[in-house]
Design a protein around this ligand. Structure first.
Ligand SMILES: *Cc1c(COP(=O)(O)O)cnc(C)c1O
Length: 368
């Protein structure tokens, strides 16, 4: 049986007519950037973020970049984040001319380790970016406490965790600002690129609203050096439909994850920490012979992906930071052992059983 790693058309089959109708509505209206679909989406999406304001932007990377700029990060500043994340988290920091400084992750949740945060803060640290990896919040309470003591704003990278919670509150509602990605494979995915910044601070919202639109305070009056990064009307229309099914899709992901938890043998399964509601953007297992396991699964027709094989501090683009292997051992070990299995709404039980059987057959033969 073939089990693709992901299948967006399968996920959206039941709402495809509605999505096409929404896109047609935009085409017929003839207004494509910063219009009523975007306004409506921002209004409808804000409650999911737990924030008063949600601002659509071009992609999740720009969302981090604009959130950082809006909370005061500038060239020459340091921003603390984790090595175990999508490289785009680091790029957003570097785009501002700021320097990423890394804090290693907790060995089990693979989110920012609060016990290592103080040591990563420098006199130039102007923001802390915890990443809610795979759909699970970082341990926000101690991170926020350390940040508050030093007066450093926190920007949550919620690209993978829309709908997740910490102590019953939505991911994205804890920091001075938070960033979301609507890249097609994310839990709330557009049919192209998209992103959002969420915040409860009016000043941050106003700044992002200006920055995303060329720094204009009013039409053709540019008061600061902004960028061009807007969520277009077609994407906003698609996202409005998909937002309606997000709660059900999240439940479907959690049910599939529980089924994997139950069936898998001989691999380290993801752990949902206390206080954190995991939304399983990814279901990443660990095995010391990860590459051999991935090949065995591929031979059995099961698609897998490694998120992420190279921690940020070892990426060639960051060679100038001068960080060698050994600097962040938890991120490095995870990069060697992680393997994401197929998990998405619409994955059929017999497909999931095939994945479980293939993994268990491998570990029965090769050990855990
Ligand atoms: C996807 C992702 C991003 C980047 O989002 P884009 O929309 O692809 O720019 C940033 N951080 C994390 C953790 C992501 O998963």
């Amino acid at each position: 049986m073939q089990v693709p790693f992901n299948a967006i058309a399968v996920q959206d089959a039941a709402i495809l007519d509605e999505i096409v109708a929404a896109m047609t509505r935009v085409a017929q209206r003839g207004w494509f950037v910063l219009g009523e679909e975007g306004d409506a989406f921002e209004r409808e999406f804000a409650p999911t973020t737990g924030c008063a304001h949600a601002l659509g932007v071009g992609n999740g990377t720009d969302a981090i970049r604009l959130a950082l700029e809006a909370v005061g990060v500038a060239a020459g500043d340091d921003v603390v984040t984790v090595p175990m994340t999508a490289a785009f988290t680091g790029l957003a920091i570097s785009m501002l001319g700021a320097r990423p400084v890394f804090c290693d992750v907790e060995p089990v949740t693979l989110t920012m380790d609060p016990a290592k945060l103080e040591a990563a803060i420098t006199p130039r640290t102007r923001a802390i970016v915890p990443v809610h990896l795979y759909g699970q919040c970082a341990d926000l309470e101690p991170i926020l406490a350390i940040a508050a003591r030093r007066g450093i704003p926190v920007v949550e990278d919620v690209a993978q965790a829309v709908g997740a919670q910490y102590d019953g509150r939505p991911a994205g509602s804890f920091g001075a600002a938070s960033s979301f990605s609507f890249y097609p494979t994310k839990n709330l995915g557009a049919y192209g690129d998209g992103g959002a910044v969420a915040t409860n601070l009016d000043t941050v919202a106003d700044k992002v609203r200006r920055l995303r639109n060329g720094g204009q305070s009013q039409r053709y009056r540019h008061v600061e050096l902004g960028v061009n990064s807007r969520l277009d009307e077609l994407q906003a229309a698609v996202l409005r439909v998909k937002l309606g099914v997000l709660p059900a899709a999240t439940i479907a992901r959690r049910v599939l994850a529980a089924r994997y938890d139950e069936g898998l043998r001989g691999v380290q399964i993801p752990q949902a920490a206390a206080r954190r509601r995991h939304v399983y953007h990814l279901y990443a297992i660990r095995h010391p012979q990860r590459d051999v396991l991935a090949s065995a699964l591929a031979a059995a027709g099961v698609g897998t992906i490694v998120h992420y094989p190279i921690p940020l501090h070892l990426q060639p683009m960051y060679a100038s930071l001068g960080l060698a292997r050994g600097a962040f051992p938890e991120s490095e070990r995870a990069g060697d052992e992680l393997l994401s299995l197929p998990l998405y709404p619409g994955l059929r039980p017999e497909q999931q059983d095939a994945v479980i059987e293939a993994v268990n057959a491998f570990t029965a033969q090769h050990g855990g």
